[in-house]
Structures are given as structure tokens and as C-alpha cells.
Design a protein around this ligand. Sequence first.
Ligand code: ADP
Ligand code: ADP
Ligand code: MG
Length: 669
Amino acid sequence: MFNKILIANRGEIACRVIKTARRMGIRTVAVYSEADANARHVRLADEAVLLGPAAARESYLVADKILDAAKRTGAQAVHPGYGFLSENADFSEACAANGITFIGPPASAIRAMGSKSEAKKLMGKAAVPLTPGYHGDDQDPALLHREADQIGYPVLIKAAAGGGGKGMRLVEKSEDFLDLLASCKREATSSFGDEHVLIEKYITKPRHIEIQIFADTQGNCVYLFERDCSVQRRHQKVLEEAPAPAMTLERRRQMGEAAVAAAKAVGYVGAGTVEFIATSTFDKDGSFYFMEMNTRLQVEHPVTEMITGQDLVEWQLRVAAGQPLPLAQEQLQIRGHALEARIYAEDANKGFLPSTGKLIRLAPPAESINVRVDTGVEEGDEITPFYDPMIAKLIVWDEHRDAALARMRKALADYQVAGVTTNIDFLSRLVACPAFAGADLDTGLIERQKDFLFPPVLAVPRDALLVATVGELLCEQHEAKQKAKTSGDPWSPWHARDGWRMNLSAARMVGFRDGDSLIEAQVRYQRDQWAITINGETTLARGKKLEGDQFAVEIDDRRLIASVVAVDDKRHVFLHGATYILLRDDPLHLVEAGGAQGGGLTAPMPGKVVALLAQPGQKVDKGTPLLILEAMKMEHTITAPGAGTVKAFCYAAGEQVSDGAALVEFETN
Ligand code: ADP
Ligand code: ADP
Ligand code: MG
């Protein structure tokens, strides 16, 4: 076995590999970019080597720098994780040429499966069932069109080199074919540098069923059963589970054997996944077809670990060190049911737009034998615009699917994040959705259930408003006490925030904004409680500040425990497993903020500054363009909020900015 390995990746997968390596007594070397200098994977590893600037093509994708780091630290092997260099055959060869073991399949197997067309040719020879379609070399548009007509619509045009759900076009009718072909080729060229496409019959209402396989250098190859990854958006996985609901023993064996045949046909070694598209039933009328093979460990491998009780990273290390597979096919068994949800920093209500920023609050559910959280970040860390905005993978296990689902619901409800927008509420609705709960799965589920999954935004409930108000009052009291401690006269009534006033009945207003509506909580201080009037209704409340941002709040005769996390003007209220976001509407505060920033001069989303359009010191009129920001492939012009002076630009052209970052220092006249 190796003494020391290097992990050529970042985020949760780097942390995941380090965990197993440590348990096996193997030392670990992390690599990192300038943006990741304090990242969790760097903190966890025994050693770490800086690769270069934040952009992946200058750091995590530079094979030479990684090999150099491996040689300098004496690492005997490199684990590529997923993404980055994991499916790069040249990198795997370069490792070998430098006497370093690549923890993955041989370069020849990566190449064989790298092109979806070439892979289908090989699989056809190995008698693996293929999606009906065309995967030939002749790419003449007229020929492709004829082939599509022959297959019958709808068809899917796919980039042969595609991945990550990109480079695919669904064609419903013959007239649309040539236009969609051209747009698919454009995307294939820009994203993968290869315009080759294949055409497949579009299977309607299909399920995505994939088989985890493992092979060693002695010629053994087993399958570790299936994962159902049918819940997708834009052809990308959102929730995964194992085993696949309603899978039959017979179909499992057929698919497992087909996957093993696929692996053997390319001389596979290590962990791999054979992806199939299947009809939604597994009875004798159902069928399944090979889609592609991913020649690496997959994001969703933990669900397989949970149902088999195996550590797949340990298997990878053993196989790479030349050992035989730890278990034979007959020794592998499925126990219980596991689900994985990908927790992303993204806004599901804005087309899943990525969100970036500091994780002011990050409190995952407690881990146990039923709940596992694989993550690359901790509270205080940042989600940057440079890499995939995944925060964590939440994995749950139980004896049966229903019990696992209940665990997932609870774990999502307990997950607290503030500082970035997340998909947690979306995931909660997804697991609550009757179609998902009833295992009525196919890849169109999210689209079909969109009314349920994207409900109109409801007003923040009264309890949450009361909690937010009490939170505000308690924080003021707390601050006043802290100040009093440091001021000359701790007993001065001017420091008191218990409502003591010169006149008797003190009342004040605490304001919030919930979307477009203004909420005014009128607060009257009474002896040991507050009378809070919102929307004409009065509630008696008391509260106590607990640890951190937790509060115990008594509302009439009910007791609640809640957290309120303040991020600038935002108040995140975590109550009863839901998160509500309010904006503090404080007239004094707004004046300060407005004066300092001039308003509207912050980045509306993460992006890159492409041009500065004014000079520092320049006097401009309202509406003068000041700067152009490119974000999510669109240009946004930032203009002067009023007549005034440009004091300074906070970023130079070419620099990346995160969501909400101040872009310009501006002084209004
Ligand atoms: P990628 O390399 O991007 O993962 P895949 O070929 O694995 O591409 O396809 C991604 C997803 O697209 C699948 O999980 C499935 O949901 C959908 N898909 C692919 N091929 C078909 C098909 N022939 N019919 C219907 N859906 C398909
Ligand atoms: P899988 O195919 O493993 O089920 P996906 O295809 O959804 O999962 O995601 C894997 C791909 O997503 C990688 O190939 C990579 O392009 C991208 N990706 C996701 N997270 C990361 C990460 N932390 N680092 C690098 N790439 C990532
Ligand atoms: Mg795929």
C-alpha cells in the first residue's frame, strides 16, 4: 500500500479521499489554488502545495504543476477525484511516465469511453444493449438529418465529447433538425472543442439507472448494484438513490452483467459507472440501453457505500496498489435504502442561478449512522465564483425507502445556511412531492411537478415575524449591556434598552421588508414582556438570548426555539425547519448605507468586470455608465445612481467579483 498520495482536486471530494486515506494510515498531500488557500481540504491534508491562480486552467487543470507537486512531496500516487483531470487520458499517461500511480483506469480505457460515439461502437461489439441511433463518423448534415428521420422523432442530438448535461438538443420534428444540429455543434465546439455529434432515439419518460462497477488488475470485475439518478434538471442529477425503487432481481442481474461486460470490453481497472437509460418499469416488457461510461468515482458514490457497507475510496486505493478486489460478487449484498441530495449554493427560483458569498452560518444536521454529510466547507468559508457551487452532499440511510425519506426530510429541515442562497427549500419540496415520495420516477419529474416545486412565494408567517422582532430587541439589549460595561457609568439609564423612557408608556417601531411589502412591528415595552402589534393584531412576547444566534421566544403561551442570523440588512429566521428571509427596514441604517454606497453599485450576481467606463475623480450625471460586468454569459451595465463623483473602482477590468460585492466608490452631490 502507498505511504503517501496526492489528491488532485478540491472541495468535498478531496476531503472525502483524505478521510479514507487517513483511516488507512496513508499520508495525504493537498493541492490548492490561491482562492483555496484556507480551504477545508488544505486544512485536513498532511501537506499542501500551492498550484497557482484561482482559475482552474491555471491551477487544478495544469497537469505539470500537479506532477511537480507529487514529485516534490514524494507522493507515490495521485487521486484525481471527479471533474478536473479525472477523465484525462494524457494526465494518466503522464503520471505513469513519471513513475506515479494514477488512481483510476488505464489511459486506454479512458480514451475508449471518452467519446460517446466510439464507446457505443465498442459496446455494440460487446453485445451491450444500445439506445437506437446513429453514432457513425460521417457528420454530413444531410446524412444526419436522414438518419434522424429514420430513427423517428423525438430524437436527441448529443455532443460525442459531451458531459455534465451539456451539448444536447431535443428535436421534436424533422423541420427543426438542421437548426438544432447547428446550435448543438456550436455548443459542442465551444464547450468541448469537438463538434462531433451522435443521434439517439429520445426515450420518453425514462429512468436514469447506473451501475457501479469495480475491476482489479487480476481480471476480477464486480458490480455494486444500481443507483437511480432519474431526478434531474437540465440533464443534471439532483437527487440520487440506491437501490432503484421497484428494481427486480432479474433486471438487476441483467444490468449488472451488461455493465461488467462493458468494463471488460475496454480492459477496465478501478471504479467506474455504466449509465443506462431505462424504461420506467422493470418488468419483462421494459428495456434498458447503454448511454455512457464515466471512468472515475462519481459524485453520488456514497449511496452505494451506504447500502453495501463498503468504502469505495478504500477499494480504489487497494486496486491501484495492485491488490485484488476485497469482495467477490456473491459476497456483495444490499442492505436498506440510501438517498443523496446535492446541497448547492444556487437560487432555484431564479433558474438555479449560482450564488456566492461567505457562509456566515453553516450548520449541517448532526451525523450518525443514518445521516452523512460530505462537504468541503465550514462556517466562515466562502463559496467563490471559480468552481462548482456545491456546498455538500447530504446522504441518509435507513432500512426502507420510506424511513430513509423521513430521515431526509428531517435532515433538510435541520440544515441551516445563511450568507448564500441555497437549494435546500427546493430539495425539501422535492422530497415532499407525492410523485417522488411515491417513487413515480422518471427524468421529467421536476418539469412535470413544477407547480408543486416552485410555488408562489408566500408571505413570511406571523411567528417568524414575531421571532425576528424579538431577536432584534434582544440583540439591542445585548449590545447595550456590552456598551455599558465599557462606558464610564454602567448604570446610566441612557444605556438601558429595556424600554425605560422618561415618559411612561414607551412604544417604538421595528420595520422589516418581506419582498415588496413593508412590515411594521409596533413594540410597547411592558414590565417583563413586549406587546407586539403587527397587522393590527397584538401578541405578548418574551425572549431570551441563548448561545450564538439562538433565541428562546415565548409567544402568548407557546415556547419556540429559533435562530436569527443577521447578514448586513438580511435577517435569516430559522424556525420549525424552514428558513425565512427578511430585510431589516431601519431608516437610520438606510441613510448610513445609502450615504456610503450611493446604492445600486454592487454586483447583482457573481461575475467578471469586463470594462471600466469612467475615470476616478470624474464627475458624472445620473445614469452615466460606469462599469460593465459579465455574469452568467450576459453583460450588465452599472450606472451612476445620481449626479456625483466617481471616487474609485474596487476592481480592475478582468477581475472576478462575488455576488453583492461593492464595485464603485461613489459620492452623490
Ligand atoms: P452526460 O455526459 O452529460 O452525463 P448522458 O449521455 O449521460 O450525458 O445523458 C445525460 C442525461 O440526459 C441522462 O441522465 C438522461 O436524463 C438524458 N438522456 C440521455 N440520453 C437520452 C435518451 N436517449 N433519451 C432520453 N433521455 C436521455
Ligand atoms: P456524476 O457524473 O459523477 O454523477 P455529475 O456529472 O453531475 O456527477 O458531476 C460531475 C461533474 O461535475 C464533474 O465531471 C465536473 O465537471 C463537475 N463537478 C462537480 N463538482 C465538482 C468539483 N468539486 N470539482 C470539480 N468538478 C466538479
Ligand atoms: Mg452521464
